[in-house]
Design a protein around this ligand. Structure first.
Ligand SMILES: Cc1ncc(COP(=O)(O)O)c(C=O)c1O
Length: 419
């Protein structure tokens, strides 16, 4: 009789009742109705002001701005730092394609570097190796459930006079030595797209401690217009487009931020409990949580799988088996950007600025062995929603991993039969 659920056996625990995402209730409805009735629907309205003030307070930055999404926020950040054609920007090879695409879109060259095996975040040693006289900035991405090593990133940036834009699309509210992610580098960039830990369906935000950068970012996101307050207008007109959000989105974000504040610690506790249990199981390794991380916000959570301990069974099959046991989607990390179906710089004529540039933006020229191993062989990830459940839910997932390990012969047989 089959034991493993993937072979028709009984799943390890009760079926998960995942909270419906995004979390929402009448508060969001009331705020959106308020905006509708007010007739003030576009930018610079009271809801946007309320949201950006609260977001800056939460993140711990002097300034925050709301923008259309977490892709254009990266572009605007780079443009505010006066980066463009002829410049290189160092980006981790394992991230959502937007991190590198934003560099392409400002006519700079994304330089892909490998990640650390323990966190899947940018590897500072690889950053140093990639620095050239053209390098202007580093974009560390705080990925899934880890923060990039910001001590090292900032030390390197200082040593080589580089800017730092933190891609915080996965990490609203994480803290490094009690300093908010998004306030350590020059600018922080956040996404509020549907799957993110706080969302308005689409949306983004920028944080900075520099008044000058704040004024530049404002102009860049608002067609070149000047930031204006009681003291008058600030900064200089620049060429730009419309990257604003609406009052409807800002209204939803006001509620979503309150909600995130109410559950960020519960999620982090559950994630740490999960890591402590997982670290006891042979063949699976939790992601490294550095002692500098004083609070982690989780966009996903999981572990690294060692197929040697699981009879050589590929991680994809293991994910299927785990998914069958717990009734939840279990998947791997992003495709590394040197071979990613959604990162294809050579399909856009606009990037053919010169032959040299065209060659430089070819992602296949970068070697990313650790990112490739993470994607092909190791990474096991689940949605952050699970962390809103109970300790018992967390225990069930770990029980499922143990059960699969104890019934490895069945897993191997299933894999061989489908090869
Ligand atoms: C790491 C990272 N950076 C940037 C983005 C872009 O954000 P958006 O989808 O809001 O444009 C995402 C979106 O998933 C992301 O995961």
């Amino acid at each position: 009789m089959a034991e493993l659920a993937i072979n028709g056996g009984t799943p390890v625990g009760e079926k998960f009742e995942l909270v419906s995402w995004p979390l929402r209730d009448e508060k969001e409805v009331r705020k959106v109705v308020e905006v509708t009735r007010s007739g003030r629907w576009s930018y610079d309205g009271p809801k946007e002001a309320e949201f950006t003030k609260a977001f800056a307070e939460f993140i711990g930055s002097k300034y925050a701005l709301a923008a259309a999404n977490g892709t254009v926020t990266l572009q605007l950040a780079l443009e505010a730092l006066d980066i463009g054609f002829g410049d290189e920007v160092i980006v981790p090879g394992l991230t959502w394609q937007a991190t590198a695409a934003a560099v392409l879109d400002i006519n700079a060259v994304p330089i892909l570097v490998d990640i650390e095996p323990e966190t899947y975040c940018i590897n500072p040693e690889r950053v140093i190796e990639a620095i050239t006289p053209r390098t202007r900035a580093i974009i560390p991405v705080h990925l899934y459930e880890c923060m990039a090593d910001m001590d090292q990133v900032m030390e390197i940036a200082g040593r080589y006079h580089l800017h730092v834009v933190e891609d915080c699309a996965h990490t609203h509210g994480s803290r490094w030595r009690n300093q908010g992610a998004g306030t350590i580098g020059d600018i922080g960039s956040f996404s509020m797209q549907q799957s993110k830990v706080m969302t308005s369906g689409e949306g983004g935000a920028l944080t900075t401690n520099s008044e000058e950068l704040f004024h530049k970012l404002y102009s860049l996101k608002n067609c070149g217009g000047l930031y204006t307050d009681e003291a008058g207008s600030h900064g200089e007109h620049v060429q730009s487009g419309n990257y604003r959000i609406t009052e409807f989105q800002a209204a939803v974000l006001v509620c979503q931020l309150e909600r995130l504040k109410s559950h960020i610690d519960q999620k982090d506790e559950n994630a740490q409990y999960f890591s402590s249990l997982i670290s006891e199981i042979e063949g699976v390794i939790p992601f490294l949580r550095r002692e500098q991380v004083t609070r982690q916000s989780h966009y996903a959570f999981g572990f690294r799988y060692n197929k040697e301990v699981f009879g050589g069974v590929p991680v994809q099959k293991f994910c299927q088996a785990l998914s069958a046991e717990i009734g939840l989607g279990v998947s791997g990390p992003y495709e590394p950007l040197n071979n990613c179906s959604l990162y294809q710089p050579h399909t856009k004529k606009r990037y053919r600025i010169s032959d040299e540039h065209w060659k430089a933006i070819d992602p296949r020229r970068f070697s990313l062995p650790v990112a490739e191993r993470a994607y092909c062989e190791e990474g096991v990830l689940m949605s952050h929603q699970v962390l809103l459940g109970t300790r018992k839910d967390i225990e069930s997932i770990c029980d499922a991993v143990v059960k699969i390990r104890e019934n490895m012969d069945e897993l191997i047989a299933n894999w061989r039969s489908q090869r």
